[in-house]
Design a binder for this molecule. Structure first.
Ligand SMILES: [Zn+2]
Length: 234
């Protein structure tokens, strides 16, 4: 989305009295827990530090960014892009700058391969190698994992727990959003380029207007799985 749109959304959240925190801060108990939001960015693109970081800094807010460790400082050759544009990922120095500013780093796997259907060995490698690489780089524990393409299966979840992650973030079927969130899972709400301030408000409602938004994101996510199909043909 355009940086100006992002700024409008952040401004909107602040004006509604929300506090913007990292995922770990969201996890700690607080009296005003329901007024806290953890903004997260997947893939660790350089545009996070170029555009989102200055906006959040203005509001003294921090966020969480999920890194693909094999692509630190490299272009996004893992993605399918019809326009042929390749985006840069954050460098080591960029990541350190975010950490120094209070941001949190999570793992988004080693290579952004789909973790559904791969071997046990591959899944273990994607979880453990990325965690170790990031922890060594930023000298901070990495507690959060989000799988490529967003879907969390019970297999991915239990493997992540085994490798020492505290939580797995992702998209879940709507029933999870209607009940108490199971331990070790963070249910995300996606914000897309097409979202308006109205739809952002619906996502935060916690009632049936939010369920509508969750259904929408599950459809969009289902379609984005086309990337997996196209990649497997390359
Ligand atoms: Zn991703």
């Amino acid at each position: 989305m355009h940086p100006k749109t992002f700024e409008k959304q952040i401004d909107f959240l602040i004006s509604k009295g929300f506090q913007l925190v990292t995922l770990s801060q969201l996890d700690t108990a607080s009296e005003d827990s329901d007024k806290r939001i953890a903004i997260c960015f997947d893939d660790g693109y350089k545009n996070v530090i170029d555009y989102a970081y200055p906006v959040l800094k203005k509001y003294s807010a921090a966020a969480t960014v999920f890194i693909i460790t094999d692509f630190i400082g490299r272009k996004n050759t893992w993605d399918v892009n019809l326009a042929g544009i390749q985006y840069e990922h954050l460098s080591k120095e960029n990541i350190q700058k975010l950490v120094d500013a209070g941001w949190e780093i999570g793992s988004h796997s080693v290579s952004h391969r789909s973790l559904r259907g791969g071997s046990e060995q591959e899944l273990n490698y994607q979880l453990s190698h990325s965690k170790r690489t990031l922890e060594k780089m930023v000298s901070q524990p990495v507690h959060y994992f989000t799988p490529p393409f967003g879907n969390v299966s019970p297999r991915i979840h239990s493997a992540a727990m085994k490798h020492g992650y505290l939580n797995v973030c992702g998209f879940f079927p709507i029933k999870y959003y209607k009940t108490v969130v199971p331990k070790g899972m963070v249910l995300r709400l996606a914000v897309y380029r097409t979202d308006s301030l109205k739809s952002l408000e619906r996502k935060l409602s916690g009632d049936k207007r939010m369920y509508f938004e969750v259904m929408k994101q599950n459809v969009i996510n289902f379609c984005s799985n086309g990337t997996i199909a196209v990649n497997s043909l390359r």
